[in-house]
Ligand binder design. Structure first.
Ligand code: NAD
Length: 313
């Protein structure tokens, strides 16, 4: 399959590399000049736990993407949330009538953004438990394993989505066809909407957060707000099950010693966060449905305050 990765940072590099290794024709699209130059000079380095691969993948900035690539069958969106719209504005030339877009970003509200550029029947949504990091430009660090849930937004997109599932299976990306991907997206947003912001503001890892006497109250309050807003949007979250999924991450044998991605972005690298697409999205959607979301609004503003203090870019 001819596949473009729109946003070839940490996760885009992982998915792009694995699809390339399985024999697909993969092109990368990214705006980061040092990353583009490194990949053009030395190839994309994928440092797995027990081996390293170097893939000489073509990489373009969005401005360089022209009709030459109009036969791309699948575009996998993997920018950060706040970068999605600009990316799709720029890559319009490669999005034809038959091009499908698979959105694997974390967060809420991406359906509305993509609908501006792609017909609903050509949109696939998903969530993933794979992770990835960058050691530097052109160098992805790829530890652990994961899986990917996917589902077409419109029944007309099912046949192509099943083809994508097969392609992902061959790439050992452990895909699962979901019957309710919106539920999974909201559930994952709850996990990110609690641990990301709270560990960032409290300056601690997940296990330390979980050991706090206030942890349970905070989690219940935030998940409660997500559940109320999700219900107004037609999704009934099973709150005890979601809270259990959050608490399962406290275990130091699994993710407990990990600092969430928002912590790494903001505290370590002074990068702007995806908060507006997690707690901020619940706050915004809550306003639309006249639902009060004081915890989400407070946490969103605290994170924005921290972004200002750290002059995050
Ligand atoms: P990242 O910052 O490493 O990668 C995003 C890339 O997109 C960057 O290289 C950036 O240069 C590029 N980009 C952004 N806007 C662009 C534009 N307009 N034109 C061209 N290039 C542009 O981020 P990431 O960690 O790979 O995360 C991507 C998404 O996946 C996020 O929604 C994140 O929450 C989600 N996610 C990440 C992980 C992880 O372990 N890293 C795991 C699961 C989900």
């Amino acid at each position: 399959m001819k596949i473009a990765i729109a946003g070839a940072g940490a996760m885009g590099s992982r998915i792009g590399l694995m699809l390339h290794q399985a024999g697909n024709e993969v092109i990368l699209i990214d705006r980061w000049a040092d990353h583009i130059n490194a990949i053009r000079e030395k190839g994309l380095i994928g440092e797995f736990e027990d081996h390293e691969v170097v893939a000489h993948l073509p990489i373009y900035s969005p401005e360089e993407i022209v009709e030459d690539h109009a036969n791309v069958e699948l575009v996998i969106a993997l920018t950060k949330s706040m970068q999605l719209e600009a990316m799709f504005q720029d890559i319009q030339p490669i999005i034809g009538e038959k091009t499908f877009v698979f959105c694997l970003l974390n967060g809420l509200g991406h359906e509305e953004t993509l609908a501006k550029f792609v017909p609903k029947e050509n949109i696939i949504f998903g969530t993933t438990t794979w992770t990835a990091g960058l050691a530097g430009p052109g160098h992805a660090k790829l530890v652990g394993s994961g899986s990917i849930e996917m589902e077409n937004l419109d029944p007309k997109g099912k046949a192509f989505t099943l083809k994508v599932l097969e392609v992902f299976q061959k790439a050992k990306l452990n895909p699962i066809y979901s019957n309710n991907v919106r539920y999974s997206i909201w559930k994952k947003a709850c996990i990110n909407g609690t641990l990301n912001g709270l560990c960032t503001i409290l300056d601690c890892n997940i296990a330390d957060f979980g050991s706090l006497s206030v942890a349970k109250n905070l989690i219940e309050a935030i998940v409660g707000e997500f559940a109320e807003v999700a219900k107004a949007e037609g999704i009934r979250l099973d709150q005890p099950q979601v809270i259990q999924a959050v608490e399962a991450t406290y275990d130091i044998k699994t993710q407990g010693l990990h600092f969430p991605s928002m912590y790494q972005d903001l505290i370590r690298n002074h990068r702007k966060t995806e908060i507006d697409y997690i707690n901020g999205a619940v706050w915004e959607k809550g306003k639309k449905h006249q639902i009060e979301t004081p915890y989400c609004s407070f946490l969103t503003q605290l994170i924005h305050g921290k972004e200002e203090l750290l002059n995050a870019k």
